[in-house]
Design a protein around this ligand. Structure first.
Ligand SMILES: Nc1ncnc2c1ncn2[C@@H]1O[C@H](COP(=O)(O)OP(=O)(O)O)[C@@H](O)[C@H]1O
Ligand code: SF4
Ligand SMILES: [Mg+2]
Length: 376
């Protein structure tokens, strides 16, 4: 008998819609940026969940919404059985202690005027974990050792370190309050390739040492593959595919995942020669004006006349031999694509309406949502 893994984070239908304002006092809402638009996933205690998708698809906003650094428009986030969506004040602060973030650029997330010691102590003090000076000192040394920095680092400032070392400080800072979940948002994207592997290895080491659960966000499939137990692929605000890491890389089923995979170089020249090359037509559509039906239909090489532009596919278990129920896909035609019954075709790139810009100022007046969603 296998025991069910414990769900640490349970995310149900989370949406984050940013209002686009206009008017002299920016008092009129003329549309929304549907940055996160229906994210449902579960992360088990002790696992690493990798979230991938191209830049602008809503990964960071989603990560921030989990910690309520961004207020979700809809949906629920349950952490360790506690509904985070409804927490306020002290209760929210306490829960946040258990959910820490590691950011892409440690320099922008670390106050340059603080020494490493005060950066590390800050969070501990805020959560009452540094009351005993001697114990706090021991804890600081333990943290530094855990991330592979010398004790002398305590008296230095962030700018005195290399990018990789700064990311070690960022990780030590997240660890300082003894969290259960770490949301690492592009933790190695700003680092040299040679340093990336070291930081990934460090994340794996401290995960084991402290029994952590990870959500690792990246735009790079290669980074996520190495570290993740399961992977979710995100496109324009929601998941299009989710599977155990090995299953996803062996059998990508969603057209978008296939395209992402085809862009990852494979070291084996034989495989490299035979693999399918899919170059996506057009840019990522604006999340202020997302395509109807399947969000991917404007770029999908397998798009069909029926359903694709009218009916939004949900993440579902597919009926394909050898594909387990844990591998779910949001495509109406996943089975027919896999069997070859539906063939790839050319896609005309769809021009992106420049007035549908996503940043609030540039968007100005013309952006009007084409669909009705639940908004506050
Ligand atoms: N505060 C905000 N106001 C308006 N739009 C935003 C805001 N934050 C992010 N966005 C938009 O939401 C979309 C998703 O952004 P983001 O979550 O940063 O994506 P990713 O991390 O995948 O690159 C982008 O189009 C971005 O411009
Ligand atoms: S539902 Fe249609 S448009 Fe969307 S991924 Fe599947 S085939 Fe492509
Ligand atoms: Mg991001």
């Amino acid at each position: 008998m296998t025991t069910e893994p414990e769900v640490l984070l349970d995310v149900e239908g989370v949406e984050v819609h940013f209002p686009i304002k206009r008017g002299v006092f920016f008092d009129k809402t003329v549309g929304y940026v549907y940055a996160v638009d229906g994210m449902t996933l579960q992360i088990h205690r002790g696992e690493t969940y990798g979230l991938v998708g191209e830049s602008g698809c809503g990964k960071s906003t989603f990560g921030r919404a989990l910690l309520r650094l961004e207020e979700p428009t809809a949906g629920s986030v349950t952490f360790g059985g506690v509904d985070v969506s409804t927490l306020k004040g002290e209760a929210l602060r306490t829960t946040r202690r258990h959910m820490q973030m590691v950011f892409q650029d440690p320099l922008s997330s670390l106050d340059p005027r603080q020494t490493v010691e005060s950066l590390l102590l800050e969070g501990m003090q805020a959560h009452g974990l540094a009351k005993d000076k001697k114990a706090a000192g021991a804890r600081l040394r333990e943290l530094l050792a855990a991330v592979g920095l010398p004790a002398a680092a305590l008296r230095k400032y962030p700018h005195e370190f290399s990018g990789g070392q700064r990311q070690r400080i960022g990780i030590a800072r997240a660890l300082s309050v003894d969290p259960q979940l770490i949301v690492a948002d592009e933790p190695v994207s700003a680092l040299d390739v040679s340093v990336q592997a070291q930081v990934i290895n460090l994340l794996e080491d401290v995960q084991e040492k402290f029994g952590l659960t990870y959500l690792v966000i990246a735009h790079d499939l290669a980074v996520v593959r190495h570290i993740s137990d399961r992977v979710g692929v995100m496109y324009l605000g929601s998941l299009v595919e989710e599977a155990d890491s090995d299953d996803l890389y062996a059998t990508p089923l969603h057209p978008y995942t296939r395209a992402l995979m085809s862009a990852v170089p494979i070291p084996d020249p034989l495989v490299e020669d035979r693999r399918e090359q899919i170059i996506l037509a057009g840019d990522l559509p604006s999340p202020a004006n997302p395509p109807s039906g399947c969000r991917f239909h404007t770029r999908c090489p397998w798009r069909q006349e029926e359903r694709c532009d009218t009916e939004r596919p949900q993440l579902r278990v597919v009926e394909i031999d050898g594909v387990p129920a844990s591998h779910r896909v949001a495509c109406h035609f996943a089975e027919q694509i896999q069997s070859g019954e539906i063939q790839r075709h050319e896609v005309d790139p769809v021009a992106i309406d420049p007035s549908a810009a996503t940043d609030v100022e540039a968007a100005d007046a013309e952006v009007v949502p084409t669909q009705t969603f639940t908004v506050p």
